[in-house]
Design a binder for this molecule. Structure first.
Ligand SMILES: [Zn+2]
Length: 408
């Protein structure tokens, strides 16, 4: 396995700390190892690079630049994601800006195509179509230059899919994987597409976008949807607590009218709990699955220029969800786990304050710096080093296409 190869290599060839090499130079490190390991009789070169996963968990810490990961590590002492074998940095820009928003960032990760600000699963052509006839696009949002997403490919392969978020599930990051609309604000249309799609698991906030309290529809579409025989709907924390996950049924859990509470306000169910439940359902499909988990609220705290302890607690909760995914991966080694951020929010710096640190901000918006990414499991090495966000998306799509071809 790779960890022993890395250990062998670093002890014999370099005195740099292993963690530094893992984070910054995975490709370089592999190359160094490859030249010497054939004689040592360890695993074949490039094994993790060429192996295909059968299932994928993507965990996205919205707004989490390196300072957020640092705050979480100071809070917890040690991060679960330190177990991950491959690290790197991601360039977050969009097709139209050096500083992305979450919608176009999610679209790049889900489809492999950079697009315009606010676009959910649709390409640059949608801007012209909207300018020409926005009413027609409103009537059929998914027809506005739709891009094929990794979820679309997965569904063709008979794989299951799911999204988990602490925002409304209709927010930009989960929506970019599962739906297609010209503008991220069309959240009621996004809710409709979730219900009409094959997506099996949807967990987070956002009831109001489904039941007519928010958005463009006055009608309650949620009640008839939940009455369907194949769907389990959980609309309160108590229903989540009592629910037994079933691999044969869809699961929609919507625990707030819009976004869920902050971690420090006692959010329930928590992000790790929702992640565990989603995995319990999706793991029942022998054809595999893709699960996207968003820690939505580090971004919100960054926009609000929140104090250090709130940033640390919310980011640590995201790492707790990563731990659930990594524990699952340890039992199911065919699963690739990818952890990344979509962009940084707030220009957060951690400044010395006596024996501790305080949060200092240079912005209330997003910033243009590269963000951390980590990968673990089969195919992980494809994500190491410095990558563009659309490159990550193309790699994910290609990995799932290989699964699709194998299924045919
Ligand atoms: Zn934001």
């Amino acid at each position: 396995m790779l960890p022993s190869r890395l250990t062998n290599c670093t002890t014999s060839r370099t005195r740099l700390p292993l963690a530094v090499l893992l984070i910054l130079f995975p490709a370089l490190l592999l190359a160094a190892c490859d030249s010497g390991d054939a004689e040592a009789g360890s695993a074949p070169a490039g094994r993790m690079d060429t192996e295909s996963p059968r299932s994928i968990v993507v965990l996205i810490g919205d707004g989490m630049g390196a300072a957020y990961f640092t705050a979480a590590r100071l809070h917890k002492g040690e991060l679960a994601m330190e177990r991950m074998e491959v690290g790197g940095l991601m360039d977050q820009r969009s097709a139209t800006s050096l500083v992305t928003g979450s919608a176009e960032a999610s679209t790049a990760l889900a489809t492999g195509v950079r697009t315009y600000g606010g676009a959910i699963g649709v390409g640059m052509g949608c801007r012209d179509l909207m300018a020409a006839d926005s009413a027609a696009m409103r009537a059929d949002p998914a027809a506005c230059d739709p891009l094929e997403s990794v979820f679309d490919v997965a569904h063709r392969a008979g794989m299951s899919t799911g999204v988990v978020a602490t925002s409304s599930v209709t927010h930009a990051t989960p929506a970019g994987f599962g739906t297609k609309v010209p503008l991220r604000s069309w959240q009621a249309e996004i809710a409709n597409q979730y219900m009409e799609s094959p997506i099996q698991v949807v967990l987070g906030g956002g009831q109001g976008w489904f039941d007519g309290r928010s958005g463009t529809f006055d009608t309650d579409r949620l009640t008839p949807f939940c009455a369907a025989a194949e769907v389990d709907c959980l609309l309160t924390p108590e229903e989540f607590e009592a629910h037994q996950p079933s691999a044969e049924r869809r699961l929609f859990g919507l625990f707030a009218e819009d976004g869920m509470p902050r971690f420090t306000e006692g959010r329930y169910p928590s992000l790790p709990q929702m992640t565990r439940t989603a995995l319990d359902v999706l793991a029942g499909n022998p054809a595999g699955f893709i699960l996207v988990v968003e820690g939505s609220q580090p971004d919100w705290l960054g926009h609000a220029n929140a104090p250090f302890h709130e940033i640390a607690a919310e980011s640590a909760d995201f790492d707790d969800a990563v731990e659930v995914a990594l524990d699952f991966q340890a039992e199911h080694p065919h699963v690739l786990v990818l952890v990344l951020s979509d962009h940084e929010t707030g220009g957060l710096a951690l400044l010395p304050d006596g024996d501790s640190l305080v949060a200092a901000y240079s912005s209330t918006g997003h910033t243009g710096e590269m963000v951390p990414l980590f990968a673990h499991g089969p195919g992980a090495l494809a994500f190491g080093g410095i990558r563009d966000n659309d490159e990550i998306g193309r790699t994910l799509v290609e990995m799932v296409r290989r699964i699709e071809v194998a299924v045919r």
